[in-house]
Ligand binder design. Structure first.
Ligand SMILES: [Zn+2]
Ligand SMILES: [Zn+2]
Length: 468
């Protein structure tokens, strides 16, 4: 087999088959390339591996990448893999530092406010409780889950995996822990919380005296370290190291899928490309169940999307917050909050909240609906653009939580009895549900189905989607 990948900033490169074996092509035919030089086992780089593009379903061989190199899908231009220098060592160092900062951010004071001799302070662990005190316990659970539980679990699991791989005999549990860490990735929202806290600060300075606590600096550093850890860590390298160290209970034959004509199955979690007959069995590397495409992707995405669209109405119609100053106060909706920010002259923040809370949810709902309709109609046009649109919808979803996090901080801090109080409104619960439902809808959808229905992945894939 001869397949190609695209290296960042360079031309397409053709790869020789491992050991010169003549497997049947999984890729469209490429022009003939010169014969490979005779193998020299001592100087041989790590072998090329098969990757299934998560955006279009094209299976491609990706060679060992040097730091700074990247392999992109030659069909949809999606990122297949990026070469990193010491991905495991740097990932562990940055992950441990982030975990320490998260501990500080959880227990130290985030912000302290005072007015007419009364003082109130809050931290990341305590702030969500105030929502529960107003009866909205569901928001307490969501905020605590997204800002404390998910980041702590994700970072702890990641650090345990990377440290465990340094042991002489790494335990089998590591693959479950790394699966958990990868699944929690979209739900750990420390960086969204940071923006929420900063917007809350801008709103509070007009109302009361505000002192910033150590936890806010820790949260800022934590966001920087989390981004650095994301850049440093190559998840494929972690799975390959587990395989090398014998963590999976089975020996994995990477050459077998090369001989399959079509219908190979790419694992959703670890990316291992398996034989078609392994469909519906546990992945030999990570243990997750293998499916050619996400199960019931279209039906699940539609159900979640429709539920999100219905809840978008009460999210905007009902107040999300109420500021009661000296016994009087008007409830304010999401749009009302944007208008208040504009009246206070905070135009950049007003624009940010408007985009995150109004534009993004609408774009997500409309964007996903367009993708689903086009997929079901078997549209063949703009497949690359639609795949990019899906990537954008999937990426921006979590940022709409800014409004909920800002409100959590405001409600936790501004509780000064008859002088001034901030209470949450029922619209906040509906809005939070819209964000979560649209995130789940985007995750349930499988962009490879768009390429299947357009006939780009062969007749078997097209027939599978027609049966849905
Ligand atoms: Zn692709
Ligand atoms: Zn797997």
């Amino acid at each position: 087999m001869r397949a190609s990948f695209r290296v960042k900033g360079g031309a397409d490169a053709n790869l020789p088959p491992p050991g010169g074996s003549a497997a049947r092509p999984l890729m469209p035919a490429s022009p003939p390339a010169p014969a490979p030089p005779p193998p020299n086992p001592a100087a041989a780089p790590p072998p090329a591996r098969l990757h299934e593009c998560a955006g279009c379903g094209q299976v491609q061989r990706v060679p060992h990448l040097h730091p700074g190199e990247a392999a992109r899908c030659r069909r949809c231009d999606g990122m297949l893999r990026q070469g990193r220098a010491d991905p495991l060592g740097r990932g562990l160092a940055l992950g441990l530092a982030a975990l320490v900062l998260l501990g500080i951010a959880c227990v130290a004071t985030l912000m302290q406010v005072s007015t007419v001799g009364m003082v109130r302070a809050t931290d990341l662990l305590e702030a969500p409780e105030a929502m529960g005190a107003s009866g909205l316990w569901v928001l307490t659970a969501v905020v605590l889950g997204a800002t404390v539980v998910a980041p702590v679990l994700r970072l702890s699991a990641l650090c345990t995996v990377l440290a465990g791989l340094r042991l002489a005999r790494p335990p089998r549990l590591l693959r479950r822990l790394f699966t958990l860490s990868e699944r929690l990735r979209p739900w750990a929202m420390a960086e969204v919380m940071l923006l929420g806290v900063l917007i809350a600060y801008s709103k509070l300075v007009d109302l009361v005296h505000v002192d910033i606590g150590v936890a806010l600096y820790a949260l800022g550093l934590l966001v920087l370290l989390t981004v650095a850890a994301e850049v440093a860590l190559d998840p494929h390298a972690v799975w390959e190291e587990m395989e090398r160290r014998g963590v999976p209970p089975l020996r994995i034959d990477h050459h077998a899928p090369l001989r399959a004509a079509e219908g190979v199955v790419g694992c959703h979690v670890c990316g291992l490309v398996c034989l078609p007959e392994e469909h519906d069995r546990p992945c030999p590397r990570c243990g997750s169940r293998l499916h050619p495409r996400k199960p019931d992707a279209l039906a699940r995405a539609w159900a979640l999307l429709i539920a999100g669209a219905i809840l978008y109405v009460p999210a905007n119609a009902y107040p999300v917050m109420q500021v009661i100053q000296l016994g009087a106060g008007q409830p304010s909706t999401i749009l009302g909050g944007v208008v208040e920010l504009m009246e206070g002259g905070l135009y950049p923040l007003a624009a940010l909240v408007f985009v995150a809370s109004v534009v993004v949810p609408v774009l997500k709902l409309l964007g996903l609906a367009v993708l689903l309709v086009a997929c079901q109609r078997g549209a063949r046009g703009r497949l690359r653009d639609r795949t990019r649109l899906y990537g954008a919808v999937n990426f921006i979803g979590r940022w709409s939580m800014i409004d909920i996090f800002m409100e959590t901080i405001l409600v936790a801090l501004v509780q000064f009895g008859a002088v001034v109080r901030i209470l949450p409104g029922p619209g906040a619960v509906a809005f939070c549900a819209v964000v979560i439902l649209t995130m789940l809808a985007a995750e349930s959808f499988d962009p490879r189905l768009m390429w299947d229905s357009a006939g780009a992945n062969g007749p078997a894939a097209a027939a599978r989607i027609r049966r849905r």
